[in-house]
Design a protein around this ligand. Structure first.
Ligand code: FES
Length: 635
């Protein structure tokens, strides 16, 4: 064993020889973000060896001088047979940070996309039954009599009782004079009984729609009595500390104990949100009898504890694309343990159930005349183009910038997020607006778009996203190599720290928008059409309550087209999950969509890097594509 002491916290722990220092820190309760998934490429886990000896391979990232001073990548360093003291910088091991939580719920669901009343048919249903009295010598058990009563009402199908339900039947039948409410699911030619309750509770039935994003998770509580969404809660996916994007998470999951850790983290995030919603609506989690989960293919694998490694290795084969109904207690989602969980079907390794759920919210798959484009702006950017005749999808890694990740003062769209910033062209000073009109806590995706576009239009940043060093503004600070734009000082902010955005943050945003724009243009080029031939561009993503599409075009995130062509549909993965949760017809439609989509692999396209590089400017190197910005420039 080796004793390790961590400074400045003073925490210590005894670990097996050869234990990786990052793992030891985690065991000691020191949480360190690992955006690269422990691959030795992000430098977030750097520590300094104060005393003791280690076996380290940090040379790929750290310079020889750094290593000589004792710095190591703790994800690439193991303990040796000596007591060890290691120091982390003050900002490591602290709670929250850039992924700090917010309690606020922002529902992005658009009412007009809800299914019509006639399409309302949830998977789990309830029925009120009056079960006959037992008689001496009739030879029938409680379950036999219950079965008969069910078959009288629902028909002579096979009936499946989970053991937990069987255990509760005797007492439930006797507590309300054999008047009971049964929750069941019809699966092919059988009924699966989920719950037996005393009395008539038929109006009290709930389901949940779950969007498992790489960066954020949303859960929506639905009353399955009338199909209404009654509350939504969103938070960061706790896995973000183990890697910012899907590839980093796959790398992190290489070891079995880490795969389990990732599964536990995502379940913890989902279950916390379920608890919060139940608490808010004063219902028990066991009253939730139905769940639809949508997420990208990697997130679905990690949630189910499936090894995601083969998703990233040629020929990119996931364990499954279509998941059979699974039981809640096996999956680990804290609702009624006998409930069935439905996962939205995926198309391939990089186009998951979140996208088939998203397409469901649009006219993409059904329009016989026009071609539409769907862009889901998330950590994974997914793009689908098509109509009733064809559906073509591709995916690109945009990073979590628009969801607040990887940006120092970034946050998701919740109360306190700056969502709009106007810039005074003379002084460069900002005028901002926050969600909820409270003191700012950070800046969300829509705020970043607004800030960057207005800084560009007023000439305070150039096309490369660098601050204009020829002018001075009280809001711009240049420190060393980098410039910072201070939206608000510490005294005015809701965090006690200034809310600012650096040139490094701007680089991240530019890379995110370039990935999305270049993927769109390359896919359209592949099918031989231009943006002008697209009838509707659906923009999906949970990066704000609204998005100013004119400003999004100003920075080159979306093409410059008439504004009527765009429809912002919010978190379409969550909306699609909701639709499937309350309608079997939508579930069928989603399956048809999943079978129809063809995957277009950008990495095999020789022109992708050129397109991407050309888009690494605000808005683009080719200003002819963005005539408004070009004309602003020439005035
Ligand atoms: S370099 Fe160690 S976690 Fe990224």
């Amino acid at each position: 064993m080796a004793k390790i002491t961590f400074q400045p916290s003073g925490k210590s722990i005894d670990v097996e020889l050869g234990t990786e220092l990052l793992r030891a820190a985690s065991q000691a309760g020191i949480e360190i973000e690992t955006p690269c998934g422990g691959e030795g490429t992000c430098g977030k886990c750097i520590g300094k060896i104060i005393s003791g000896k280690v076996d380290s391979d940090s040379s790929g990232y750290l310079s020889n001088e750094d290593i000589a001073e004792g710095f190591v990548l703790t994800c690439r360093t193991k303990t040796l047979d000596t007591p060890l003291t290691i120091e982390f910088s003050e900002n490591l091991g602290s709670e929250g940070g850039q992924f700090g939580n917010s309690d606020e719920d922002i529902s992005l669901v658009r009412k007009e996309l809800f299914p019509k009343e006639k399409e309302f048919e949830p998977l789990a249903k309830k029925i009120f039954l009056n079960v006959p009295e037992p008689k001496t010598n009739d030879g029938l058990s409680d379950i036999d009599r219950l079965k008969k009563a069910i078959q009288n009402e629902l028909g002579k199908n096979e009936i499946v009782f989970p053991l937990q339900v069987i255990r509760s039947v005797a007492d439930t039948l006797r507590s309300h004079d054999r008047k009971i409410t049964l929750t069941y699911v019809k699966d092919s030619n059988r009924y699966i009984i989920i719950n037996v309750e005393p009395g008539d509770t038929t109006t009290y039935l709930f389901g949940i729609a779950v969007d498992v994003g790489t960066t954020t998770i949303s859960v929506q509580l639905i009353s399955q009595h009338d199909g209404k969404a009654i509350a939504t809660a969103t938070d960061y996916n706790s896995q973000v500390k183990c890697g910012l994007d899907v590839i980093s998470r796959i790398n992190y999951a290489k070891r079995p104990e880490r795969l389990q850790e990732l599964r536990n983290l995502v379940l913890e995030s989902i279950n916390k949100l379920i608890f919060k919603l139940c608490d808010k609506k004063q219902i028990k989690n066991s009253d939730i009898s139905d769940a639809v989960v949508s997420g990208n293919t990697t997130m679905a694998h990690l949630l189910l504890g499936l090894n995601p490694e083969y998703i990233r290795l040629e020929p990119y084969t996931p364990t499954l694309l279509k998941t059979p109904y699974l039981v809640a207690s096996e999956v680990g989602i804290n609702i009624n343990p006998n409930s069935l969980i439905y996962f939205s079907p995926a198309v391939g390794s990089y186009v998951g159930g979140d996208i088939t759920a998203g397409i469901l919210c649009t006219d993409l798959a059904s329009d016989t005349q026009n071609i539409h484009l769907f862009i889901d702006i998330g950590t994974n950017g997914e793009i689908v183009v098509g109509n009733s005749e064809f559906l073509l999808a591709c995916a690109c890694s945009a990073g979590p910038a628009f969801e607040g990740g990887g940006i120092d003062c970034g946050m998701r769209a919740a109360t306190g997020a700056i969502e709009k910033v106007d810039i005074d062209s003379e002084t460069g000073t900002p005028k901002y607006q926050t969600i909820g009109n409270v003191k700012p806590k950070g800046i969300c995706g829509t705020g970043m778009i607004s800030l960057l576009a207005n800084l560009l239009l007023t000439g305070w940043i150039d096309h490369a996203g660098k601050f204009n060093r020829a002018k001075t503004s009280p809001s711009i600070k240049i420190a060393g190599k980098y410039g910072y734009y201070i939206i608000t000082g510490a005294s005015e902010s809701g965090t006690g720290k200034p809310i600012q955005i650096s040139e490094l943050d701007i680089d991240n945003i530019i890379r995110a928008k370039a990935a999305i724009y270049s993927a769109c243009s390359l896919m359209l080029k592949h099918i031989g059409i231009t943006f002008n031939e697209i009838t509707t561009i659906y923009i999906a993503g949970g990066f704000g309550r609204f998005i100013d599409l004119k400003l999004a075009a100003t920075i080159g995130l979306v093409p410059e087209l008439p504004i009527e062509k765009f429809k912002y549909i919010g978190n379409s993965s969550l909306i699609g999950s909701y639709m499937v949760c309350i309608s079997q017809a939508y579930k069928e439609k989603q399956n048809v969509i999943a079978n129809r989509v063809t995957y277009f692999d950008l990495s095999n396209e020789p022109g992708y890097m050129d397109q991407y590089t050309a888009a690494l400017f605000l808005p683009h190197t080719d200003l002819d594509l963005f005539p408004s910005v070009k004309s602003e420039n020439s005035t």
